[in-house]
Design a protein around this ligand. Structure first.
Ligand code: NAD
Length: 363
């Protein structure tokens, strides 16, 4: 593709600050790797809601329909801006519904220079959480709990499992280009839950069709323990919505902090790439936010575009940015949340300077 259309949603708090950093790094990578990205910026924010009573304008929602190849999101929400039900405002639910996103991707790598709780530094895994059904789909059930009994339902469908596992195997293949083993592990509970019996059966079928990638399965209980005690068992890990909700947080804990944890929500054809952190109003406007989670999310976007469009320039640009971030984490400049004193701009400049030295990373 000659150019990719990227919809950019800076959001609230530190969202716009880290988006500026990611765009600066992407702009540098574009010329270096021969990739063209066109951006259109849209407002989807608690701040807009405070001013107008709407989180996003209809014109903006229409404008992003089908026109963008990928979405970059900063962070949204402000604790003091609440909707009619008294709840905080987010974008995740609307984004997932609007784009039909059903898988949430949380990669974790233990980089040199970053402290984490694990002694075993050999961690490089991607946790995929299903986000459209499973236990959380029960939230849409009409039935009200009484004061004596309440229940939730775990619904799993074949069609959704098939597309979920397609994403998992294609991610394993994509990651393998930079040296990971190419392995998908299902974490499930088919010894106790009927829904998971179906999930496991479909997993086996999809695994058989993707026999170039290794596949393994563990029960979610022992599988969660291995995440902490023996993480090198894992490359890509996939599971049901509520199990994935929990395993994604284990991964966030292993990874050394919110400031460096990227994420994405994807369907087979669309992806929203954003840091795992929120709008951090406590540090907004100070120029101290760590931009690395956002920069790594932008790198994930490039790798994903490379995979979607079979465009090696994008893949190499994504890998190059990751290598530059790795260098900055090891050698500095180091942001405040990682114990250093560098500001957002210093870290951004550091990544851009490192990008010039990493050269083209080859597969
Ligand atoms: P948060 O992730 O914004 O902040 C938690 C803590 O981590 C804060 O102390 C913050 O300063 C720090 N932190 C987060 N990102 C950082 C970074 N890049 N660099 C340095 N420090 C960083 O979570 P919160 O405080 O619970 O929520 C704040 C707001 O963000 C709320 O309105 C919440 O609803 C919203 N939120 C949005 C998203 C999203 O848009 N995806 C996710 C989580 C929370």
């Amino acid at each position: 593709k000659p150019a990719y259309e990227i919809a950019v949603f800076p959001g609230d708090g530190i969202g716009p600050e880290v988006i500026d950093s990611a765009l600066a790094v992407l702009n540098d990578a574009q010329s270096r790797y021969g990739v063209t990205l066109n951006y259109t910026t849209h407002d989807f924010s608690a701040d807009l809601y405070r001013r107008t009573g709407k989180k996003i304008t209809e014109a903006d929602m229409d404008a992003i329909d089908d026109k963008s190849d990928a979405v970059l999101f900063g962070a949204m929400g402000l604790p003091d801006v609440r909707g009619p039900e008294g709840l905080e405002l987010g974008a995740q639910v609307e984004m997932r519904a609007h784009y039909g996103l059903f898988a949430s991707l949380r990669p974790v790598r233990l980089f040199d220079g970053v402290e984490g709780p694990l002694k075993d530094r050999n961690v490089d895994m991607l946790v995929i959480r299903e986000t459209s059904e499973g236990m959380f789909a029960g939230l849409h059930d009409k039935h009200e709990p009484s004061d004596e009994t309440a229940s939730d339902r775990m619904t799993i469908t074949r069609a959704n499992c098939e597309r979920l596992f397609d994403v998992a195997f294609s991610q394993a293949r994509m990651r393998r280009k930079r040296g990971t083993p190419g392995r998908v592990t299902l974490l499930h509970k088919s010894n106790a839950l009927r829904s998971n019996v179906l999930m496991e059966r479909v997993f086996d079928e999809v695994a058989a069709k993707n026999s170039d990638v290794e596949s393994t399965k563990f029960y979610i209980d022992v599988g969660s323990m291995y995440m902490v005690t023996d993480p090198k068992r894992y490359d890509v890990v996939v599971s049901e919505n509520i199990f994935g909700d929990i395993t994604s947080e284990i991964v966030a804990g292993i990874g050394g902090g919110l400031g460096i944890a990227p994420s994405a929500d994807v369907s087979l054809t669309q992806g929203v790439f954003q840091p795992s952190h929120g709008s951090a109003p406590d540090i907004a406007g100070q120029g101290t936010a760590n931009p690395i989670a956002m920069i790594l999310s932008a790198a994930m976007m490039l790798e994903w575009l490379g995979d979607q469009h079979e465009d090696e320039r994008c893949t190499l640009a994504g890998q190059g940015i990751q290598a530059a971030v790795e260098k900055v984490l090891a050698e500095g400049p180091r942001a405040k949340d990682l114990g250093g004193d560098a500001g957002t701009q210093d870290v951004t400049d550091g990544v851009i300077a490192a990008l010039a030295t990493v050269g083209v990373v080859t597969a």
